[in-house]
Design a protein around this ligand. Structure first.
Ligand SMILES: [Mg+2]
Length: 399
């Protein structure tokens, strides 16, 4: 079997990848919606993979891995890897989880990151109570939620003198703020998080996405102040989302001085860049994204390495469509026992269920998803329906 073409169309801001073969099998995958600008980067890789046998996934990846980097630049390489597994599975009439070693669980737990605008609230303790109530009212029955706050939210701008830095309004990437948090800012933050956790109760887990942007002394102050809340983790305080580096030694100093689990890693590309973080026990939980770290086989390798070192894993959610969701489910079924839950890619339009076949509707029940045994990643695009969402310039996507 040989790869005959690689195409990429942007559907609702999500780059969708289509790899075709000379045996009529097509592989599908997607990159999250904030990254439509990766379309040309995906297409640049076409000449590097056409003519290769897509079933030799690692052999193809060895040709293109050099073209990736930390978030967002690992996405193109990672998503191509997902599509290769999709083809390899379909060629054998087997689900991808079987090719990755076989599922060790029949259903996977997923957690919900809930943005304040979804709940129609802002950043005050009373708002955080409403935030938690909204989460508990969702029909999917999630048992874990993630709360964006402080530097990972508009709290930085909405709460006067939250920190000693200045608010930036013109940064071309998310979460540009960094600096020392004021005493009142820290108290406000702790009051808000406490209000959310007390409303959720002990039957629901709460993780907090907080950065990047903290100085380590503030990271430790915050982590210690919320110790009685038994949070699942605090994420990305020091480095994280879109940081092109790791700073594992700074994380290690914080992690070893608090009982609150410390988490990072969604921006990290490749196992090699996890090495110091894992081997120095610099965090308690890692959150690689299968569509940023280098692919499904890559995240499994990182998960096993973390498990050897007593570190848990909660994969970041390749957002914004059924193809990304399908890839997360397949790989999370094969991760070792350090797997907690993956981030549910909740923010996509319902039309995704109309333009694909595989899932008949939201598959989450009681915060879990049954692992499908359909071939490949278990999803196909429906050309007739999906064509309606192609934009000018992408109209040859299905040709
Ligand atoms: Mg995050």
């Amino acid at each position: 079997m040989k790869i005959t073409d690689l195409k990429c169309a942007v559907i609702a801001s999500s780059p969708v990848i289509r790899i075709t073969t000379d045996e009529g099998i097509t592989g599908w995958s997607q990159i999250e919606t904030p990254k439509p600008y990766l379309q040309p980067i995906v297409l640049q890789l076409k000449d590097w993979i056409v003519g290769q046998d897509p079933r030799n996934v690692e052999r193809v990846m060895r040709r293109i891995r050099v073209r990736g980097g930390f978030k967002p630049f690992g996405s193109a390489v990672s998503a191509i890897e997902h599509a290769l597994w999709d083809i390899a599975g379909k060629a054998l009439n087997a689900p991808v989880h079987r090719l990755l070693g076989g599922k060790v669980r029949d259903e996977v737990r997923t957690y919900r990151t809930l943005y304040h605008r979804e709940a129609g609230v802002g950043h005050s303790p009373a708002d955080y109570v409403k935030w938690a109530e909204f989460g508990k009212s969702l029909p999917e029955g999630f048992t874990m939620f993630k709360l964006p706050t402080s530097f990972h939210s508009s709290m930085v701008a909405d709460v006067p003198d939250f920190f000693y830095g200045s608010v930036q309004t013109d940064a071309p990437f998310p979460y540009p703020h960094k600096g020392v948090i004021t005493e009142d800012g820290m108290k406000y933050l702790v009051d808000c998080v406490t209000a959310a956790k007390e409303t959720l109760g002990t039957a629901c887990g709460l993780a907090v996405d907080a950065g990047p942007g903290y100085m380590p002394q503030d990271a430790l102050r915050f982590a210690r102040a919320v110790e009685p809340l038994n949070l699942l983790w605090i994420e990305d305080m020091i480095t994280g989302d879109y940081s092109p580096y790791v700073n594992h030694d700074v994380y290690r100093d914080v992690t070893h001085a608090t009982t609150t689990p410390i988490h990072t890693g969604e921006q990290i590309y490749l196992r090699q860049n996890y090495k110091h973080l894992i081997e120095s026990h610099a965090v308690n939980v890692i959150g690689p994204d299968p569509c940023d770290v280098g692919g499904l086989a890559e995240i499994k390798w990182v998960a096993e390495h973390a498990d050897l070192h007593g570190i848990a894993i909660a994969p970041h959610g390749t957002a914004n469509g059924i193809l990304g969701l399908a890839a997360l489910i397949q790989v999370c079924a094969v991760l070792p026992d350090n797997f907690i839950a993956f981030e549910y890619p909740a923010r996509f339009e319902p039309f995704w269920y109309d333009i694909t076949e595989g899932f008949d509707g939201v598959p989450v029940k009681n915060g879990r998803i049954a692992v499908p045994d359909r071939p490949g990643l278990g999803v196909n695009m429906l050309e007739k329906e999906a064509r309606k969402y192609l934009t000018e310039g992408d109209t040859d996507f299905f040709d």
